[in-house]
Design a protein around this ligand. Structure first.
Ligand SMILES: NC(=O)c1ccc[n+]([C@@H]2O[C@H](COP(=O)([O-])OP(=O)(O)OC[C@H]3O[C@@H](n4cnc5c(N)ncnc54)[C@H](OP(=O)(O)O)[C@@H]3O)[C@@H](O)[C@H]2O)c1
Length: 315
C-alpha cells in the first residue's frame, strides 16, 4: 500500500483528496498543527502527525516510509481582512511550510517519489488591466509571469519555496488552483447566502471572469498528478469553461430553483468592505485548462451547470 503525507489535509480540499485516496487503498498521514482533532466518519483511519511550520517542528519519522507528499497547508487567503500582519501570515505560512518539507526530505532518509503542491491562479493578474500577455491574446497560460500584486508575489514565493525538492531528485507538480466549488464550504457559500433571502448578489460589473474548478475534479487532478509520472511542473487547475461573475450567480440560483432578484454590489462598496482583497473579487481571471487536458485529464464537471447541479443535489 502506498503512503501519502498530506499537509493541510484538515481543510476543504484535503478532505476531498483524502476520501479518494482512501477509496483507492492509499495509506494517509495528515501533517497538522493540531493532531488531537477528530476527523469526520469515513476518514477515521487517517493518521495524524504533528508539525508547526512557524517554529520548524516536524514529526520527520513519518517521511521514512512515505511515497508521496501533497502540500496544501497555508493560512486562508479570504478568511480575514488583509492587514499587514495577515498578509505576512498568508505568505509565511506557505513559504515556511514548504521550506520545512524541503529540509526534511533533504536531511532524513526517505523514498518519496513525488511532491504535489498547491498554488493558486492568484499568480495571474487582472486580464482587464494587464498587458502581461504581451502580443498574445486569450486566457492565461502557465508560462505567463506573476502579477505585480500581493497574490502574484505570494504565489511566486510559494512556488519558489517548494522548487528545491527537484534538486534532491523528487518529481514536483504544482497546481495553480482556481475558485473551488464545493457543497462543503469555500467560495460558493458566500454566493449562496444572499440567495436564501431571494437576492442574487452580482459583484462590481459582474462581467469579471471567474476560473472555477469543481472539488471532485480538483481531487482527481491531485490523484492524477500523484500517479502519472509524466506530469511535472506547473498546471492550471481550472475547468475548461470559465464564467462571468453574473453567469455564476444566475446559474447558481437556477440550480437551486430559487426565485431571486439580481442586485449589483458596486465596486466601491466592495473596496470599503474588503479593502485590498476586493481586487481579487473584482479581477477578471480567464485561465486556460489546456495543459491539464493535454496531459490526458478528463473533467467530470466541465461546465458550471454540471458542477452546480451536482452540488445542489447534494446540498
Ligand atoms: N479553496 C479554494 O478555492 C482555493 C483556491 C486556490 C488555492 N487554494 C489553496 O489550496 C490550499 C488548500 O485550500 P483549502 O481551501 O483546503 O484550505 P483550508 O480549508 O483553509 O485548509 C488549509 C489548511 O492549512 C493549514 N493551515 C492554516 N493556517 C496555517 C498556518 N498559519 N500555518 C500552517 N498551516 C496552516 C490548516 O491545517 P491545520 O490547522 O490542520 O494545521 C488548514 O486545514 C491552500 O493553500 C489554498 O490557498 C484554495
Amino acid at each position: 500500500m502506498s503512503k501519502v503525507i498530506i499537509t493541510g489535509g484538515t481543510g476543504l480540499i484535503g478532505h476531498a483528496i483524502i476520501k479518494k485516496l482512501i477509496a483507492k487503498g492509499y495509506e494517509v498521514v495528515v501533517l497538522t498543527r493540531n493532531p488531537s482533532q477528530k476527523f469526520p466518519p469515513g476518514l477515521s483511519n487517517v493518521i495524524l502527525a504533528k508539525w508547526i511550520p512557524s517554529s520548524g517542528m516536524i514529526d520527520h519519522a513519518v517521511f521514512e516510509k512515505a511515497d508521496y507528499v501533497i502540500h496544501l497547508a497555508g493560512a486562508g487567503v479570504a478568511d480575514k481582512k488583509w492587514t499587514a500582519k495577515r498578509k505576512k501570515e498568508i505568505r509565511d505560512s506557505r513559504v515556511q511550510s514548504s521550506g520545512l518539507i524541503v529540509e526534511t526530505l533533504r536531511k532524513y532518509s526517505n523514498n518519496v517519489k513525488a511532491v504535489i503542491s498547491a498554488s493558486a491562479i492568484g499568480w495571474y493578474g487582472d486580464a482587464d488591466h494587464t498587458h502581461l500577455h504581451g502580443s498574445r491574446s486569450g486566457p492565461f497560460i502557465e508560462t505567463d509571469p506573476p502579477a505585480n500584486d500581493f497574490l502574484g508575489a505570494t504565489c511566486k514565493a510559494w512556488e519558489e519555496s517548494i522548487l528545491p525538492v527537484t534538486e534532491i531528485g523528487k518529481r514536483l507538480v504544482m497546481l495553480r488552483i482556481g475558485i473551488v466549488l464545493s457543497p462543503d464550504g469555500g467560495a460558493l457559500k458566500e454566493f449562496i447566502n444572499p440567495l436564501r433571502f431571494g437576492m442574487a448578489a452580482i459583484l462590481g460589473t459582474g462581467r469579471q471572469i471567474i476560473s472555477w474548478i469543481d472539488i471532485d475534479d480538483l481531487a482527481n487532478m491531485y490523484i492524477a498528478a500523484l500517479e502519472d509520472e509524466n506530469m511535472q511542473g506547473v498546471y492550471n487547475a481550472v475547468a475548461p469553461e470559465p464564467v462571468s461573475n453574473k453567469e455564476l450567480v444566475i446559474q447558481l440560483a437556477r440550480s437551486r430553483k430559487r426565485f431571486y432578484i439580481p442586485f449589483k454590489v458596486p465596486a466601491f462598496i466592495l473596496k470599503i468592505l474588503f479593502g485590498e482583497m476586493s481586487i481579487e473579487i473584482l479581477k477578471s481571471a480567464d485561465v486556460s485548462s489546456r495543459k491539464m487536458e493535454e496531459a490526458g485529464f478528463k473533467f467530470k464537471y466541465p461546465t458550471i451547470q454540471d458542477s452546480l447541479n451536482k452540488i445542489a443535489g447534494k446540498g
